[in-house]
Design a protein around this ligand. Structure first.
Ligand code: 5AD
Length: 347
């Protein structure tokens, strides 16, 4: 699919045509990755962050949140829940927290691997090559690092100059990760202020160029305690003839196009999508290209503090309840729970 066609789809309003897009994405999904929905248990291990991204609620300058760090024991309890419930993967996510040094993480990865036969995905921000190498040798399998936007100017605008804002460095890390034999995930937010249709089409082409194994796509949700959120809520005039809106519909379009462009990628129906449509977001995501769900296994007392955007779905529910509701979603979507690690099946 070329850039012009992608832009056309992004601007498409006709319901009949869009139904064709959903059907196309669904059949590509069925053919390339099948009906299994793999569960990745998300553990948000710390909300300390040394970066100051203008859209993110756990940014360094946000003094309105209580910071926490989980202990190894608490993390291992979440892993145990994942193991008991047959999850193929656990995902360790945090802000860029200097407490979790290369060596501490290495030890934690080894402890998890001793305890459970699960794939480990890390989502710990920007790291140097040596650290990534160490974590890989300790047993980590995958790494998630969204590039957020492929438009250098927009990237500069939404990241803080004080603490590093280089799109090039981020892309470089994604390439190291590939070389180190991680499965590599990246992704974007839909409808960040001033995102153009052309830049969004370039994002999709970059998914293909980087041959990503996993791709996360969610709507931008303004956080009132961030500079970008304040601007969005107070003065940003959304003009969808010029800029991409942060809507549910736009998110589905990008999800469906991503499936068509990267047919065998693992693509989650994200929490951000479930946040803007609690009842149907994940089901529609599964029907329009997605094949992964990431149930949040973080204990509620911490999860509510991991507020990268407001209103995060099921912020107060314990893992048992979340797990049951996700099984229902998978059933209602006419799919089945995946077995094994749920690695990329190259086609
Ligand atoms: N709205 C939606 N997604 C966000 N993220 C961070 N802040 C927001 C927000 N306000 C996403 C980023 C990041 C991922 C962990 O969460 O894409 O990579």
């Amino acid at each position: 699919m070329d850039k012009e066609t992608i832009v056309c789809w992004l601007k498409e309003k006709d319901e009949k045509k869009l139904n064709e897009l959903w059907e196309m994405a669904d059949s590509v999904r069925r053919y390339h990755v099948g009906d299994e929905v793999h569960l990745r248990g998300l553990i948000e291990i710390s909300n300390y962050c040394g970066k100051d991204c203008l859209y993110c609620g756990i940014r360094l300058s946000n003094k309105n949140i209580t910071r926490y760090r989980m202990t190894d024991e608490e993390i291992l309890e979440c892993v145990e829940f994942a193991r008991e419930n047959g999850y193929g993967t656990i995902v360790l996510q945090s802000g860029e927290d200097p407490y979790f040094t290369a060596e501490r993480m290495e030890e934690l990865i080894r402890k998890i691997k001793e305890k459970a036969n699960v794939a480990i995905t890390l989502s710990l921000g920007e790291q140097d090559e040596e650290t990534l190498k160490l974590w890989k040798s300790a047993g980590a399998n995958r790494y998630l690092l969204r590039f957020e936007t492929s438009d250098d100017e927009l990237f500069q605008k939404i990241h803080s100059s004080k603490y590093g804002k280089s799109l090039e460095r981020r892309i470089r890390q994604l390439k190291w990760l590939k070389e180190l034999k991680y499965e590599v995930g990246s992704g974007i937010m839909i409808g960040i202020p001033y995102q153009t249709y052309e830049s969004l089409a370039d994002d999709l082409l970059l998914f293909k160029d980087l041959d990503l194994d996993m791709i996360g796509i969610g709507p931008y949700i303004p956080h009132p305690d961030t500079p970008l959120g304040k601007e969005f809520l107070n003065s940003y005039k959304m003009d969808d003839t010029k800029f991409v809106p942060n809507t549910e519909l736009m998110t589905y379009k990008v999800l469906a196009l991503t499936r068509i462009i990267r047919p065998d990628a693992n693509i989650p129906a994200t929490t951000a999508l479930a946040t803007i449509n609690t009842r149907e977001g994940r089901i529609l995501g599964l029907k329009r290209g997605a094949n992964i769900i990431m149930p949040n296994l973080t204990p509620p007392k911490y999860k509510r503090l991991y507020e990268i955007y407001p209103g995060k779905t099921s912020a107060d529910e314990p893992p048992e309840i979340i797990h049951q509701s996700i099984l229902k979603i998978i059933e209602r979507a006419g799919r089945k729970v995946g077995t094994g690690f749920g690695n990329r099946r190259k086609s």
